[in-house]
Design a protein around this ligand. Structure first.
Ligand code: DAK
Length: 255
């Protein structure tokens, strides 16, 4: 029997770890991988889950792109359909109610780079290598890469990388803000865990609404959402606990 292309497990720290499990194909994103990711992010996690980690299996890649062998024969309608489907699934990651961190070892290219950019943070080791080489194949990004790379690293640099297909090494990715942190390989998971545990001690509604507000911005809709959500959080049980904890000089217990 074939190994599943997506593995999921919950750690003892209550983090959902999603692993793309196609190491021989450098974790290229085929239909099974895309649908597996879509399934995870189509529902909210139970209250005790504090965050999600996405990683690739093996040592060489987070994900080396959409599966080129599958995409090779698509026409206009199919291409548009798959692009929209991928865009929607990656949007559901960006809009997820709890933080999602990509752990990047090795290649995060094409659709793999796009997947990592849909996550709220990226932590890599020294081997992390990003890039949008679609132009070399005669296509453009299909899963939001032209938008998110511009957002993350600025228009001038993004357009250069999008048009040349050049790879971005870990140090450059860190300096551009594409990577949040570079850590030794063996510390990738513990670094992500410590960030997620810190966020897990915050008010869940405050975390969820902050993600949503930040995703909308900067825009008028973002300011309006923030304004409304501020009122909502202020009248929540969560903020009663948070404000009381401050006054009583103790740590808030939100969960
Ligand atoms: N798809 C399928 N298989 C892949 C793959 C990919 N993206 N990347 C690597 N592999 C496979 C290789 O074919 C090889 O398989 P076998 O030949 O052993 O069966 C195996 O993984 C190991 O790869 P290599 O032997 O090439 O390993 P190297 O270390 O020598 O090179 C590499 C590593 C990452 C530099 C090289 O594999 C490479 O250049 N890979 C392709 C990278 C790339 O161009 N990725 C971007 C793909 S474009 C769309 C939606 C989205 C997209 C496009 C359209 N629509 C909805 C229409 C997005 C497209 C992309 O992501």
């Amino acid at each position: 029997m074939n190994e599943p292309a997506i593995l999921t497990e919950v750690t003892e720290d209550k983090i959902l770890v999603l692993t793309i499990n196609r190491p021989k194909a450098l974790n290229a994103i085929n239909t099974e991988v895309m649908e597996g990711i879509g399934k995870v992010f189509s529902v909210k996690q139970p209250k005790h889950i504090i965050g999600v980690i996405i990683k690739g299996s093996g040592e060489k890649a987070f994900a080396a792109g959409a599966d080129i062998k599958e995409l090779a024969h698509l026409g206009y309608e199919d291409g548009k359909y798959h692009s929209k489907k991928g865009q929607d699934i990656f949007q559901s990651i960006e809009d997820y109610h709890i933080p999602v961190i990509a752990l990047v070892k090795g290649f995060a290219l094409g659709g793999g780079c796009e997947l990592s950019m849909a996550c709220h943070m990226r932590i890599g080791d020294a081997s992390a290598t990003f890039g949008q080489p679609e132009v070399k194949l005669g296509v453009l990004c299909g899963y939001g890469g032209t938008q998110r790379l511009v957002q993350l690293i600025g228009r001038a640099k993004a357009i250069e990388y999008l048009l040349t297909g050049d790879m971005i090494n870990a140090d450059t990715a860190l300096s551009l803000g594409l990577l949040n942190h570079i850590v030794p390989t063996e510390e990738l998971e513990s670094k992500a865990t410590s960030i997620l545990k810190k966020i897990g001690r915050m008010g869940p509604l405050a975390v969820e609404t902050t993600i949503k507000a930040a995703n909308l911005g900067p825009s008028q809709a973002g300011y309006e959402y923030e304004n409304d959500a501020f009122g909502v959080t202020l009248q929540s049980a969560e903020s009663s606990e948070g404000l009381a904890a401050f006054i009583e000089k103790r740590r808030a217990n939100f969960r």
